[in-house]
Design a protein around this ligand. Structure first.
Ligand code: SF4
Length: 281
């Protein structure tokens, strides 16, 4: 059985925490460049140019692209044939977050609990979702999820009779209500199905799919395209200054659900859509 060492996980997690905050992913950067060509408003274009410049400076100087360095959220695919040596996976991830945020001078944004609101001082605990998969590798997907966009996210248990039109109407209403507060241009992550908690997870998971990559099911892919067009017709625009680039992309994940249910979750991500993936082999 393959052994993966605790310290290896700590070191690699620390690196992706820094990297995600300093280096905007190529997919998001390319989406900015494309939006610069398609944005019709002059002020919208100016905002996108500034976002590109901001990403360039962050990368060149290895500084955070935003003062909100996010909640460290992980989806970890753990191969059922590997063995973690020297400590637990979740402890290793938290130690990596502590190290990465500390070494990288990244803002600590996590509090012990919402009732006492005291900062934990090291951006832990991270939020860790674990998927047990076949094989003996560990793949770690990480996002530094901005608080402003998370605050404007929502979940609703629709009625089956609301149908697909009800789903679209609800999603558009959430993006419209968010307006400039979620720091557009957005990546809109949507979960449809599952149950109450699974639906929220699906919406989050969808945000890890690279921009420009459509869902493999053509029906879902078509829904993503349609929602993207509708959202970009809302006129919110980059940073809410008006324009036709409200969303850089829309991602939908769908799962089975109860016959009496139609759960829908909308997890908004801001223009600082930071995600990294590493595989420990
Ligand atoms: S929501 Fe995103 S862009 Fe807005 S302040 Fe937070 S990290 Fe920065």
């Amino acid at each position: 059985m393959k052994k993966i060492h605790y310290e290896n996980i700590v070191e690699q997690v620390a690196e992706i925490c820094k990297k995600s905050n300093y280096n905007l992913g190529e997919d998001v950067y390319s989406a900015f460049k494309l939006a610069l060509q398609t944005e019709q408003s002059e002020i919208g274009k100016e905002v996108i140019s500034q976002l590109i410049e901001n990403a360039d400076i962050a990368k060149a100087e290895q500084v955070p692209m935003c003062q909100d360095t996010g909640t460290a959220v992980f989806i970890v695919e753990v191969g059922q044939d590997c063995h973690i040596v020297g400590g637990s996976l979740v402890d290793a991830i938290n130690e990596g977050v502590k190290k990465g945020y500390g070494e990288g001078y990244l803002r600590n944004s996590i509090i012990y609990n919402p009732l006492n609101r005291k900062n934990t001082g090291d951006n832990t605990p991270a939020i860790v979702h674990i998927d047990l998969v076949e094989g003996d590798n560990i793949t770690i997907h990480m996002t530094a999820k901005g608080g402003g966009a998370e605050n404007m996210s929502d979940l609703k248990m629709l009625k089956p009779s609301d149908g697909i039109e009800g789903v679209k109407k609800y999603i558009l209403s959430i993006v419209k209500e968010a307006g400039p507060n979620a720091c557009p241009p957005l990546v809109v992550g949507i979960g449809i199905g599952g149950n109450f908690e699974r639906c929220a997870y699906l919406a989050k998971k969808s945000l890890f799919r690279p921009l420009g990559v459509r869902h493999e099911d053509p029906v879902v892919a078509e829904l993503e395209e349609e929602l993207m067009s509708e959202i970009n017709r809302l006129g919110i625009g980059p940073q809410g200054m008006g324009g036709n680039t409200t969303a850089l992309d829309v991602k939908v994940e769908v799962e089975s659900c109860h016959i009496a249910a139609l759960p829908v979750a909308v997890n908004l991500n801001c223009h600082a859509s930071r995600h990294q993936t590493i595989t420990l082999t």
